[in-house]
Ligand binder design. Structure first.
Ligand SMILES: *Cc1c(COP(=O)(O)O)cnc(C)c1O
Length: 341
């Protein structure tokens, strides 16, 4: 089976650029972006800044680098960032904040809805005293585990942070999923944050790239850590063109991914032994009896269905390369496995 025939539910990062996106990449005007000369990169940065209500943007090779460059711009060596236990920037980025940024993470428990209780946030902001790291930044993530943070919560959290003299960063890798789920403009999700990072390579379907947004001054300063981290790219317009194409064509269609996640959840709920959590935007989590996870995964693979078996639950993610027919194939394969095993 060619890999393109798989129904790949492991992540929304697995999408492949189609013909029109590849043509946009082919036709991109380019220049040396380290000199600020790439017109397509500049257009992408301006487009996202406009969409999200910021002065400026900075093209980044990955979301990991975008978060790290942002945190290194907000925080100096020995400063502290308040961040969720489950946040990507704390948990899934190799500890780069501490290792490369010399920034102390203060992880805080995420509530079941993905938020961090504000009394917890207030409770760990350190006084100005040589015993403590300087608390400089609150970092949130939306969507987190596919869940949309409520806007009133975001406003209260950023309000509290600013009142206490902290800056605020949003890891908005899937910000557009949040906007589509709430039916609001993307800039409403970004409101209240001093910086936001957005991934083009998740549900939006570009092969590469993230963009960091902030004030002109912040973005000018963030270009130094980007360079230091190896993210100064040259004729990056071929990549930025894919990002522009994604923003122009693939935002509204995220609603299809959310509908397909619902379709998958509905199908799997008919199988008694499964405990389905979600869907939350384009993700669901499915608890499977632990001894059946490995046999299930390999059975599904034999049927052309790929899933990520992350204990204690499978994570299933919908995206533009899976349609409703693919979802039904996946549901049938699950049902067949549990009818036999
Ligand atoms: C994927 C992701 C990132 C990192 O993006 P990469 O491009 O994979 O480095 C950051 N934050 C969240 C929430 C993500 O899902």
């Amino acid at each position: 089976m060619a890999t393109s025939e798989f129904v790949d539910l492991r992540s929304d990062t697995v999408t492949r650029p189609g013909g029109s996106m590849r043509r946009a990449m082919h036709d991109a005007e380019v220049g040396d972006d380290v000199f600020g000369d790439d017109p397509t990169v500049n257009r992408l940065q301006a487009l996202l800044a406009e969409m999200l209500g910021f002065e400026a943007g900075l093209f980044m090779p990955s979301g990991t680098q975008s978060n790290l460059a942002a945190l290194m711009t907000h925080c100096q060596r020995g400063d502290e960032v308040l961040v969720g236990q489950n946040a990507h920037a704390y948990r899934y980025e190799g500890g780069g904040v501490a290792v490369l940024g010399s920034i102390q993470p203060q992880p805080l428990e995420n509530e079941p809805d993905g938020s961090i209780a504000l009394d917890r946030v207030a409770g760990v902001i350190k006084p100005d005293d040589p015993h403590f790291a300087r608390t400089r930044l609150l970092a949130l993530e939306n969507t987190i585990g596919g869940k949309v943070l409520p806007l009133p919560y975001q406003h209260a959290a950023t309000g509290l942070a600013h009142e206490r003299g902290l800056a605020t960063h949003l890891d908005g890798a899937r910000l557009f999923n949040a906007a589509i789920a709430l039916g609001v403009e993307p800039c409403e999700i970004a409101a209240g944050f001093d910086s936001v990072s957005v991934c083009l390579s998740k549900g939006l379907g570009a092969p590469v790239g993230s963009v960091l947004l902030g004030t002109r001054d912040f973005i000018d300063r963030a270009s130094r850590p980007r360079k230091m981290l190896g993210g100064g790219l040259r004729q990056a317009g071929v990549l930025a063109a894919a990002g522009i194409h994604a923003l122009e064509h693939n935002v509204a269609r995220l609603a299809d991914d959310h509908a397909n996640a619902q379709r998958l959840a509905d199908g799997l709920r008919r199988i008694d032994v499964l405990k389905v959590d979600g869907p939350h935007t384009n993700m669901l989590f499915v608890a499977v009896p632990p001894e059946r996870v490995a046999p299930l995964e390999s059975f599904l693979r034999g049927r052309g269905i790929l899933v990520m078996a992350r204990s204690p639950a499978l994570r299933l993610v919908t995206h533009m390369d899976v349609d409703a027919a693919g979802i039904d194939r996946a549901t049938s394969a699950f049902a067949e496995f549990f009818a036999r095993h």
